[in-house]
Ligand binder design. Structure first.
Ligand SMILES: Nc1ncnc2c1ncn2[C@@H]1O[C@H](COP(=O)(O)OP(=O)(O)OP(=O)(O)O)[C@@H](O)[C@H]1O
Length: 241
């Protein structure tokens, strides 16, 4: 198992954002994460990347413990995140942005950094735009670059934060195809509000609510579940279907 999370807990005073979360995720699989606003989705990513310290619990990647390590050490051990709002260095080229990620997040130098950057752009469909200024890219390509920066860091665990948000339907399909490609090489966790996108790629979906994992199952089971209908649409879980 690539990612193993056991009993992850975090609270801000009375607000519980992670309540004994367990996750098992191998390379080659995508775990979708859904839940209403404030459910603890972003907090989960903060806890995995190490930007926020957990109150309790254990995280291991490929058997190596991550718990207690600072974010830069976890990045070196293979945790990479693509943010919801891409914030590339707009005055640098697409290639230079990927190179910066390979250098700073993965600690690569020289040829190794350049080939990681090149490979990441190829993998994310951006080779043709390598020399363009990142600030001039249209939104879909900025999303691709955000993912390429994560890939350039040579991750084992790829955390995708609403990477399909704000795109047209057609573009969402392209992102779905890209995530489907990427999950062959990495363990992927994808927080996404666009249900059909997750349904298309995720092997399993986890439903968070008040920091608790309410359900984890196949996309079809989760989308049809009474719990999801209740928390999203206010239909009581015991109401007739
Ligand atoms: N540093 C913090 N201090 C206090 N409360 C926080 C902090 N960070 C998050 N919270 C609270 O924790 C809860 C969970 O927040 P989180 O951002 O993880 O939710 P989310 O599921 O990602 O929500 P959204 O879909 O709106 O992004 C929210 O009530 C939020 O206000």
């Amino acid at each position: 198992m690539s990612l193993e999370v056991r009993g992850l807990c975090k609270a801000y005073g009375q607000v519980v954002v992670a309540d004994r979360i367990d996750i098992d995720l191998p390379v080659g699989q995508c775990l979708g994460v859904i839940g209403p606003n404030g459910a603890g989705k972003s907090s989960l990513f903060h806890l995995l990347t190490g930007t926020v310290a957990a109150d309790a619990g254990h995280i291991a990647l490929d058997g190596k413990p991550l718990s207690g390590l600072p974010a830069h050490r976890r990045a070196r051990l293979g945790v990479a995140r693509a943010f919801q709002v891409p914030q590339p260095f707009g005055h640098l080229s697409v290639f230079q942005n990927a190179l910066a990620a390979a250098s700073f997040a993965a600690g690569l130098r020289g040829e190794a950094a350049a080939s990681a950057a090149q490979e990441a752009l190829e993998r994310c469909g951006l080779s043709r735009a390598a020399d363009k200024l990142a600030g001039a890219l249209p939104l879909l390509d900025r999303k691709r670059l955000e993912m390429a920066k994560a890939v350039a860091a040579r991750p084992r665990l790829l955390l995708l934060d609403e990477v399909a948000g704000g795109l047209t339907e057609r573009e969402v399909h392209q992102i779905v195809d890209l995530v489907d490609e990427l999950k062959r090489r990495y363990a992927v966790i994808w927080i996404e509000h666009i249900a059909h996108a997750l349904r298309a790629v995720a092997d399993r979906i986890m439903v968070l609510h008040f920091g608790r994992k309410l359900l984890e199952d196949t996309p079809a089971e989760v989308m049809d579940s009474a719990i999801v209908r209740e928390i999203y649409m206010g239909v009581p879980a015991n109401a007739a279907a």
